[in-house]
Design a protein around this ligand. Structure first.
Ligand code: SF4
Length: 324
């Protein structure tokens, strides 16, 4: 009989899970050529606004130090640096994105997203000394959306930033709930539970900010039927917590850890029907905006014709917030 430990078994303790996840990064490269003075990417997109129209959005993907958490499904570290960037580098990145955007679009976007593959209010990622200047730059927009880990919702960091932003720019914080399934949430290794998420969400709403919530469609450890059920229950939970917007993210491999689970039959990406059904459920609730992430759809649907049709249906749902 073989008594050797099953090294591929996903561990139960936090420290062992961190090590297990890190070990599976071997051989997966970070994006080459990232510069602390250049955003890794920027783009224009549109989203339905609360008034029923479409808001044009400039989304800037900032280059900064990797997030300190080790979430099981995360591959964002691939687009980050190992060191904190110097003070002044992030405002410079934003200026470069503004200049590139202006060169391409005669009209300024209405909303600004500053996404940083981690938490905006993590001073290791975005030096705290830069927050006031970044708030000043965002004043030209009606809304600023930034990401934050629920445990970094700290009054002393966020309220001065909100004041600096001024009354004409709405602050929206984007938090990953990932799933409301208690055991799966624990196993995702994000270091939160439903209660801590709820407390952070309540704080955000109490301080007159908007809340965007990321929900995974088919996290590991769930089969297809459970995945749809828990995507729906997670949206119910997020709206109960006061979410204005929910972003549905189909879980994708690419970080090494999910590939390991896939080999054990503990993970597979969602079927396209599951993502569509989740979007349709969320829109049908009529409790806020629900958007499906349409990046990398080739991982969900290999056939190009079916993929184009899937993309068109998802984009239509995202844009109109209507089913059918
Ligand atoms: S908190 Fe977000 S960025 Fe950080 S590891 Fe988890 S999913 Fe990735």
């Amino acid at each position: 009989m073989n008594h050797s430990p099953d090294l591929d078994l996903y561990p139960n303790s936090r420290a062992a899970r961190d090590a297990w996840i890190l070990a599976r990064r071997a051989g997966i490269a970070r994006t080459k050529g990232l510069s602390p003075r250049q955003p890794s990417h920027w783009l224009r997109e549109a989203e339905p606004n609360p008034a029923g129209g479409q808001a044009s959005i400039l989304t800037v993907f900032l280059t900064n130090k990797e997030c300190p958490w080790r979430c099981l499904m995360c591959d964002l570290w691939r687009h980050t640096l190992e060191e904190t960037v110097p003070v002044g580098a992030i405002p410079e990145q934003v200026e470069r994105a503004f200049a590139a955007d202006q060169a391409k679009h005669p009209k300024q976007a209405q909303w600004l997203k500053l996404y940083n593959a981690g938490s905006f209010f993590d001073p290791q990622a975005i030096p705290a000394a830069d927050w006031p200047e970044l708030a000043q730059k965002a004043r030209a927009y009606e809304r600023l959306v930034v990401e934050c880990h629920p445990k970094l919702i700290r009054e002393e960091r966020i309220l001065p930033f909100q004041r600096e932003l001024g009354a004409d720019t709405r602050l929206e914080l984007a938090l990953g709930l990932e799933t409301a399934h208690p055991e799966v949430l624990e196993r995702l290794n994000k270091g939160i539970d439903r209660e801590s998420f709820q407390r952070s969400a309540e704080w955000i709403r109490r301080h007159d900010m908007d809340l965007r919530v990321f929900v995974l469609v088919k996290p590991p450890f769930l089969n297809e039927t459970e995945a749809l059920e828990w995507a729906c229950r997670s949206m119910d939970f997020a709206f109960d917590c006061g979410a204005n917007t929910i972003s549905l993210i189909p879980t994708r491999s690419g970080n090494g850890a999910l590939e390991s689970l896939e080999a054990r039959g503990e993970f597979s990406p969602p079927r396209p029907e599951t993502l569509e059904a989740a979007l349709s459920y969320g829109i049908g609730l009529g409790r806020g905006r629900v958007l499906a992430d349409t990046w990398d759809l080739e991982r969900l649907e290999a056939d190009p014709i079916r993929r184009a049709s899937l993309l068109s249906r998802l984009e239509n749902g995202n844009r109109t917030q209507r089913n059918g």
